[in-house]
Design a protein around this ligand. Structure first.
Ligand code: ADP
Ligand code: MG
Length: 619
């Protein structure tokens, strides 16, 4: 057989390499910003049009390039950053593979303007799909400006594969944040479609975080500082009560490079163990400094993964210093064995003699008695079933005189949650009938039916009920709104505001009333009926996170997403105990739904078991 192996032509090799380096507009942003930093710039501008599909331009005031270097920079494996493989182990630049510009130029229209500080004139190069279109001398300020237009113009499949502008823009903003966070002493600005999205002046690390994520972030931050022989840690972690529904505020930087590490992330999570709820993510902004010799960042073309020589030690140090910081700022609960016991006794009772608690026994109570016909004589068992609270109160006999402050607070808390539950079932006026429902482990509701037994998942079932209600309001656009006594102001980041703006109209159809929609905050004067004010920020945060996770495609419907998200936030949770009326109401409402058998996210809401099934089990 004849020889069949050929060397790939350069432009093909470049296109293939581009596939690895450039997945989407955000990858270009990352490479260009990193080049600007490597060039020593202290001011960097990012200009984006149509989420980077039309234009990505980075302008820096760094050292610039000579005409020859400018031409060479587009060659594959052309780099000024390393000369030999050994240099990889003392690296202090972002780039080193010499692939980025070659790859980008293979799949886009690129224009480079650059000038060395000492030179009078600079160089302008235009290049399309690896072909140089022109090179000339030009007047340009010191530094480099690189514009990338029509990304993937020659690979239609890749271009079609790009997500909506929203999704792509979010990826770009993520990259921008990562680079800007790693370099607080560099001034950054970002513009999208002609308007300024970020303006980040030179600052310290805390200010940089606040400038990016909004003024409210400041109070959330707890500093972390640790220096050991192998590792230096500096930065901030978020107070547990501010943990977010998304991972959008979790950042690790190793030697000023953003990296992803599930292992180190685990170390942080374990430091927060017991302090944050499942499904919430603590914020962290941590810079790790290690000897470049002890890491390998060469394992992935985008260099976001890293191999550490001694991961276990890093894990332990990281975990303990985060724990220490949380503890120092009195956030982690501390066990204090030397505590004066008197402090635990309500003041009023400190000097009183302990009184023997009274025990009341219902001598007429017969557990085997048929409960259905409620006879007047068995007074206790009736009151037990009607008012479980009465039984609770009897536990506090003797403690009831002047209510201490603490007791007072308690009753208020209970009252609030009661009224909240009650409002969920506002029209409930069922008269006491025989018991047909039963709650199992505060999770399932069991009800008898003709053929046997029905078992409902309370959380999923309630989601279905709320979901259909919201959908109806959204489609007929006539939701009922309850006015807030005081307007509620909530702050969001620019990215979050972007998502909210899109959903504003739909939110209004569910009953939200907005009095202002500013750059980084919204003011709410009305909320949908049945939505407690305290839940509003949680609902909106959940909603934003759902929008971000949803990959909008042709089937994407904001209405549906909103209904899903709100029902998820507001539905009765697993673990919540329900009164009998609430249980019955839930069963009835579920079966009044159009599609009772599945939750809005297509999970089963109930199962049935027939008497036959039981009979089989008892054979
Ligand atoms: P790498 O960054 O891995 O070296 P690139 O393809 O990103 O590879 O860039 C190639 C070379 O072009 C760099 O090594 C650098 O010398 C030069 N270069 C790229 N961007 C800039 C810039 N903004 N300012 C000055 N020089 C640059
Ligand atoms: Mg580079």
């Amino acid at each position: 057989m004849a020889d069949i192996i050929q060397l790939l032509p350069d432009h093909v090799a470049n296109q293939i390499a581009a596939g690895e380096v450039v997945q989407r507009p955000a990858s270009v942003v990352k490479e260009l910003l990193e080049n600007a930093i490597d060039a020593g710039a202290n001011s960097i501008k990012l200009i984006v049009k149509d989420a980077g599909k039309a234009l990505i331009q980075v302008i820096d005031n760094g050292k610039g390039m000579s005409a020859t270097d400018a031409r060479l920079s587009f060659e594959r494996h052309a780099t000024s950053k390393i000369r030999s493989a050994e240099d990889l182990f003392s690296l202090n630049t972002k780039g080193f593979r010499g692939e980025a510009l070659a790859s980008i130029a293979a799949i886009a229209h690129v224009e480079l303007k650059t000038k060395l500080d000492d030179d009078e004139l600079g160089t302008l190069i235009e290049i399309e799909g690896s072909t140089i279109k022109s090179q000339e001398v030009t007047v340009t300020p010191k530094g480099t400006s690189l514009s990338v237009k029509n990304l993937f113009f020659n690979i239609p499949a890749r271009r079609n594969f790009l997500k909506s502008n929203n999704v792509e823009l979010r990826h770009i903003i993520d990259e921008f944040h990562r680079v800007a966070l790693a370099h607080p002493t560099i001034t950054f600005a970002m513009y999208h479609n002609g308007s300024e999205s970020f303006n980040l002046p030179e600052s310290n690390y805390r200010q940089r975080i606040v400038n990016i994520f909004g003024g409210k972030t400041n109070e959330k931050l707890v500093p972390v500082e640790e220096e050991t022989e192998v590792l230096k840690i500096s930065g901030f972690v978020g107070k547990p009560e501010f943990a977010k529904r998304t991972k959008s505020e979790q950042f690790f930087f190793v030697n000023n490079r953003f990296i992803k590490s599930a292992y180190l992330n685990h170390a942080i999570n374990s430091a927060y163990e017991g302090l944050v709820k499942d499904g919430s993510y603590p914020s962290y902004f941590l810079n790790l400094t290690v000897d470049p010799k002890t890491i390998d960042i060469n394992i992935h073309p985008t260099k976001t993964e890293i191999k550490f020589d001694d991961e276990h030690t890093l894990y332990a140090i990281l975990r303990s210093s985060v724990k220490h910081s949380l503890g120092q700022f009195n956030i982690a609960p501390v066990l204090d064995f030397d505590r004066d016991n008197n402090l635990d006794t309500p003041y009023d009772y400190k000097d009183k003699n302990a009184s023997t608690p009274t025990i009341e026994v219902d001598r007429s109570f017969n557990p085997f008695q048929d409960e259905k016909p409620v006879s007047k004589s068995s007074g206790v068992s009736t009151s037990y079933r009607k008012e479980p609270a009465a039984q609770w109160e009897s536990l506090y006999v003797g403690l009831e005189s002047k209510g201490t402050k603490v007791e007072h607070d308690f009753s208020e808390v209970e009252f609030e949650s009661e009224s909240e539950n009650a409002s969920l079932f506002a029209e409930d006026k069922l008269v006491e009938t025989t018991q047909t429902t039963y709650q199992l482990h505060n999770k399932y509701i069991i009800s008898t039916i003709k053929s046997g037994m029905l078992i409902l998942d309370q959380h999923r079932s309630h989601q279905r009920v709320l979901y259909e209600g919201f959908l109806k309001h959204l489609t007929v656009k006539e939701a009922v709104s309850q006015q807030l006594l005081f307007p509620l102001t909530l702050e969001f980041t620019s990215t979050e505001m972007e998502s909210l703006r899109q959903l504003k109209e739909d939110l209004e159809h569910t009953g939200f009333v907005f009095s202002s929609f500013k750059d980084k905050a919204i003011e709410i004067t009305g909320v949908p009926i049945n939505v407690p004010e305290s839940e509003v920020s949680i609902i909106l945060e959940q909603l934003i996170s759902d929008v971000e996770q949803e990959v909008p495609d042709s089937n994407f419907s904001a209405t549906d997403l909103l209904a899903k998200s709100m029902s998820k936030s507001l539905a009765i949770k697993t673990g919540q105990s329900l009164t009998r009326l609430e249980q019955e109401h839930l069963v009835n409402s579920l079966f009044a739904c159009k599609e009772p058998s599945v939750s809005p996210t297509n999970r089963i809401t109930f199962i049935t078991m027939s008497v036959d099934d039981f009979d089989k089990k008892f054979m």
